[in-house]
Every structure is written in C-alpha cells, then in structure tokens.
Design a protein. Structure first.
Length: 75
C-alpha cells in the first residue's frame, strides 16, 4: 500500500470539494459559456454531422468545465 504525499492530498481536497461562487466568478463562468456556445454554433454550421463534430463538441464542453474549475478551485 502507498502513502500519498501532502501535495496529492491537497489536490484531492481541492478536486472533490464544493467551491461556492465568489464575487465576480458567476459572470466569468457565463462569459466562458457564452463564448463556447458561439463557437459550438459556428462548428454546427461549418461542419457536417459526424463523429468528428461530436468529438469537437465534447471537447468544447470539456474546455468550459475545466476553465470553470480553474476559477473555482484556484481562487
């Protein structure tokens, strides 16, 4: 069995703890979602329905999730 170092323990705590929005965070979350939605609409208009388009949309959702997590977890 292994023993986690303090850095790993801190990362686990940060990753699996609820982070209530503070100050201007909700506005920045919305800005990120809005820009991603614009790109998603552009992709839907420019790309044929395909597995590749589905993957691009999934990755765009991941971008939004990770960008919002960066704000929530690190401020």
């Amino acid at each position: 069995m292994y023993s986690a170092d303090q850095r790993t323990i801190d990362q686990i705590e940060k990753a699996f703890t609820y982070h209530a929005p503070k100050a201007d965070q909700p506005g920045r979350y919305e800005q990120i979602r809005s820009q991603a939605k614009t790109l998603a609409n552009t992709l839907a208009q420019c790309c044929p329905p395909s597995r590749e388009l589905s993957l691009a949309m999934t990755k765009l959702e991941e971008v939004v999730m990770w960008a919002n997590a960066a704000i929530a977890r690190n401020e």
